[in-house]
Design a protein around this ligand. Structure first.
Ligand SMILES: Nc1ncnc2c1ncn2[C@@H]1O[C@H](COP(=O)(O)OP(=O)(O)O)[C@@H](O)[C@H]1O
Ligand SMILES: [Mg+2]
Length: 332
């Protein structure tokens, strides 16, 4: 358990961002340019990563220079996928901690991220589907002839069914782990989660696309399919969207983080690193204690940030605190 604490603007979130970059590559070059601006045109993030129980360590590095990004492990160029598999990481920041009240993509990202780590074919299935969806949408807008349209629909069904089957396979485990964790935080309610595959239940994707073709042509886009998938939580049988407090919503996000970490552990064999930015925000002290205790008992490496030292961490073993000030990190 590592806590970075310090004033606003000290550099805590930036440090978490750096850790996240060595696992995720930080996104595309245009995205990095936008986030980092002209001052960020040359930088390097280097990390030593080591699997628990192993002596040998790896050097993971992401370098950005002259508009080009290079990512390496022990000096060997690697893909985003290799980088992420070498250092599995789940992170909770103010940007992804609203889950229940957001649009479907905020929730789906958690499920898809989990599958990326546990299902070897997921990335390929997802990319094939996105590519075909783009092509089908372009064909809808161009108004191509009926047989070409059928060809795109058929290909979309092939890739869509593959992607939907993977989500369907993992959702029960995902929702069980999520509701178990959430029930431990909020035991007075009964929690369940439901999955929507992106089209009406009971129909095949092929039927759904066939029946919606006329409307799709009018709109110039594909209205049903795994890109429209969603899931959400219900409390005591009722949907919680717009009926949940900010603190409860953040607990949902922490329950997701824990659920994903456990699924990755069970399949891959080791826990991912957990990043939690602004851990104390939105929580009363007894809730903070529950969260910290749960993170501690999971046993994952956690890097957390807060404005002050967290009293809830005092007395636990294996805790390290770092004071962050003007961009410098000091160990206590
Ligand atoms: N993308 C960015 N480009 C330039 N400066 C940034 C960027 N993000 C944050 N900063 C600056 O870096 C400093 C540290 O920010 P941050 O790490 O978010 O602080 P903390 O999380 O400790 O409150 C702040 O002065 C902030 O304004
Ligand atoms: Mg911050």
């Amino acid at each position: 358990m590592n806590l970075l604490f310090g004033d606003n603007g000290a550099g805590k979130s930036s440090l978490l961002e750096a850790v996240s970059i060595v696992s995720r590559g930080g996104g595309s070059v245009p995205h990095l340019r936008e986030v980092l601006g002209p001052d960020g045109d040359r930088w390097r993030v280097t990390a030593t990563s080591r699997e628990i129980g192993r002596v040998s360590a790896r050097i993971q590095q992401v370098v950005f220079s002259e508009g080009k990004k290079t990512q390496t492990i022990d000096d060997r160029p690697v893909s985003n996928r290799e980088l992420a598999l070498a250092l599995p990481l789940v992170s909770l920041t103010p940007l992804n901690q609203t889950v229940v009240n957001e649009g479907a993509s905020a929730r789906l990202r958690w499920l898809d991220w989990c599958m990326f780590h546990v299902e070897h074919d997921f990335m390929e299935a997802w990319q094939n589907y996105r590519r075909t969806l783009k092509q089908r949408n372009a064909a809808l807008r161009m108004g191509v002839d009926r047989s070409s349209m059928e060809g795109w629909s058929k290909l979309l069904v092939t890739h869509g069914d593959a992607l939907a089957a993977l989500r369907k396979k993992w959702f029960p485990d995902f929702s069980r782990q999520f509701t178990d964790e959430l029930s431990a935080f909020l035991p007075d309610s009964e929690w369940v989660a439901d999955f929507y595959p992106g089209w009406e239940g009971g129909k095949s994707l092929r039927e759904a696309l066939k029946q919606s073709l006329a409307g799709d042509l009018r709109m110039g886009s594909t209205r049903y399919g795994p890109h429209r998938a969603d899931w959400n939580a219900r409390r005591n049988g009722e949907t919680v969207k717009r009926k949940i407090s900010r603190g409860e919503e953040k607990l949902c996000a922490i329950a997701l983080l824990l659920a994903v970490a456990k699924i990755v552990r069970d399949v891959v064999g080791h826990l991912p690193v957990l990043l939690l930015d602004d851990i104390e925000a939105e929580f009363a002290s007894n809730t903070r204690k529950k969260v910290v205790d749960r993170l501690d008992s999971l046993g994952a490496q956690c890097i957390m940030t807060a404005h002050e030292r967290l009293l809830e961490l005092e007395g636990k073993t294996g805790v390290r605190m770092f004071h962050v000030e003007h961009g410098c990190v000091g160990s206590l």
